[in-house]
Design a protein around this ligand. Structure first.
Ligand SMILES: Nc1ncnc2c1ncn2[C@@H]1O[C@H](COP(=O)(O)OP(=O)(O)OP(=O)(O)O)[C@@H](O)[C@H]1O
Ligand SMILES: [Mg+2]
Length: 221
């Protein structure tokens, strides 16, 4: 589903060029649950932003679902991103003035879906993540683990084939983090969603079907 070849990313800061990704090769198959590990600053989030079409590599080739997206224009990339990719972050990024269900609904509203449908579909996803009974709650009325469940429902609402999660359990204790991992496993197994999880936690990486280890801008294992 994902093929990355010799992906490089450099940032220019004033007169100096900083090489962050130095030739990443990575294959992720459809239906896989993969984790990416590696020390802080090695380029994991940078890589995730490239895989998620939020950022472009400086050079390298990148295929998504058989299509080479290396040369696609920005509009084409956002279209692919909105239709096929869901994001989950350590900080949840829920909008505090909206209820759980309104947060989940937002991506569907942005893409112009009909309102009756967006409600129903969002409720279905809240049910899927075990949060149906909290649909009317604001984020501040939810625990961290519950907020992350809502964020996962939001990531899933557009029926993506790929979920990218950057340290999804980073702000949670071991028990709740384990429950969130359980949920990812279920979604992977039952819905066949391809999932990539960035983590610092070797225990979490061990639960994933495959582990890519990064160091200093390359995948070392
Ligand atoms: N927009 C940017 N401009 C300049 N440098 C950047 C930018 N984004 C990231 N970097 C640099 O790229 C390197 C890798 O950052 P990245 O966020 O990918 O690391 P990471 O592996 O996700 O680390 P962590 O585990 O701490 O989240 C860092 O040295 C960072 O300073
Ligand atoms: Mg990071």
């Amino acid at each position: 589903m994902l093929i990355l070849r010799d992906i490089r990313k450099s940032y220019r800061i004033g007169p100096t060029e900083v090489d962050v990704l130095k030739g990443v090769d990575l294959d992720i198959h459809k239906g896989e649950l993969t984790s990416i590990m590696g020390p802080s600053g090695c380029g994991k989030s940078t890589l995730m932003n490239i895989i998620g079409l939020l950022d472009r590599p400086t050079s390298g080739r990148f295929q998504l679902d058989g299509a080479d997206v290396s040369y696609s224009n920005d509009d084409a990339l956002s279209e692919i991103r909105n239709r096929r990719i869901g994001f989950v972050f350590q900080q949840y990024f829920l909008l505090s003035r909206l209820s759980a269900i309104e947060n989940v609904e937002l991506p569907l509203i942005y893409r112009g879906d009909r309102q009756g449908f967006t409600r129903e579909r969002s409720m279905e996803l809240l049910r899927r993540v075990g949060m149906a009974d909290r649909a009317g709650h604001r984020p501040s009325e939810l625990s961290g683990g519950q907020q992350q469940r809502v964020a996962i429902a939001r990531a899933l609402v557009g029926a993506p084939s790929l979920i990218l999660a950057d340290e999804p359990t980073g702000a949670l204790d071991t028990k709740v983090g384990g429950e969130i991992m359980e949920l990812f496993h279920t979604l992977n197994r039952e819905d066949g969603i391809t999932i990539v999880i960035i983590t610092h936690d070797p225990g979490i990486a061990r639960q994933c079907g495959s582990v890519a280890v990064m160091n200093d801008g390359v995948i070392v294992k």
